[in-house]
Write a protein that binds this ligand. Sequence first.
Ligand SMILES: *Cc1c(COP(=O)(O)O)cnc(C)c1O
Length: 366
Amino acid sequence: MEKKYKLLTPGPLTVSDTVRAAMDFDYCTWDDDYKQVTQWIRKTLLDIAQVSDAVYDTVLLQGSGSYAVEASLSSFLDPAADKLLVISNGKYGERIVEMARCQGLNHEVYALDYDQVPAADRVTEILDGDPAISHVFMVHNETTSGILNPLEEIGQVVQSRGKVFMLDAMSSFGAVPIDMESISVLVTSANKCLQGVPGFAIILAKKDLLEGGQGKSRSVVLDLCAQYAEMKKEGKWRFTSPTHTVMAFRQALEEYLAEGGLEARHQRYANNQKVLSAGMEKLGFKPYVSADKQGPIITSFLYPTEGRFNFNDMYAFMKDNGYVIYPGKLTDVETFRIGNIGELYQEDMEQVVALFKTYMEERYDA
Ligand SMILES: *Cc1c(COP(=O)(O)O)cnc(C)c1O
């Protein structure tokens, strides 16, 4: 048996023992009890998003978060009639562009450096300059760097121009407040801020899109309208359902509500992030994203400048001491990332900082 560690990676993440224990049963997919769990999850997600079930509905889709991003492009955009604007300041934005290209969608990219956030004025200019643009896709919390994009400003512009706003809220939904007013499609996954295990993705979308797009998809398994048509009837998934993941997710949602919902989870994560970054900065580590743009989910730190910093050595030390961190994902500067979501508390963050202190003293001060 491998030595246990906690994940400082934003998905999959460390879950509670009770969420893990909920998987210790083999459920039958067509049994009513199981189908009702699916329906309860779908309804609870609408409650968390604070939207009316008259306007929005939830679709669950097998696979990781990216499957739902690609599925929403396939299900809601028509290559012959639509044009997509992707706002991109990280690898996840770039992945959306790659998917658009692969699907042969007309698209344009508003690309920014990874430490910059999009400007509402620039989005206005782009939309006004190209009336063919019908849909806008943006990542909310760019997990590449940890930067939090200005959702309300961008959402207002997109809505005021009457475009369909699609949001990758993968690593923010449930922990960062989101006003759904401007959003037509929101994508997230079971294994991020809601603290379930990997296995399915979540799409919250306006019902008119879910009901109006039958037959549009270029993919059978990624057809959200077909998945919705089946699921809304009585909670049945098309194709094999990730039963263990679904039961773990029900438990995770119950724990989310018991913790105090969005407010409480936001507090815990924001506090984790603050304790972590304050502690790391005291040790001399510099964050990549400026404080006013930093989100409460994950933080990128620059390698210390000595030039002798060895990520693999540091990774091994941390793992040996019970925590696993993330390598950086930036192309221009060398960074590593520390996530603070999942079953992690202030004590964990203090412990992580203490380990870094020990490590830096052992390796570099001797
Ligand atoms: C995790 C994540 C995704 C999805 O990644 P998967 O590996 O497919 O789960 C997409 N966008 C963002 C911002 C993410 O954090």
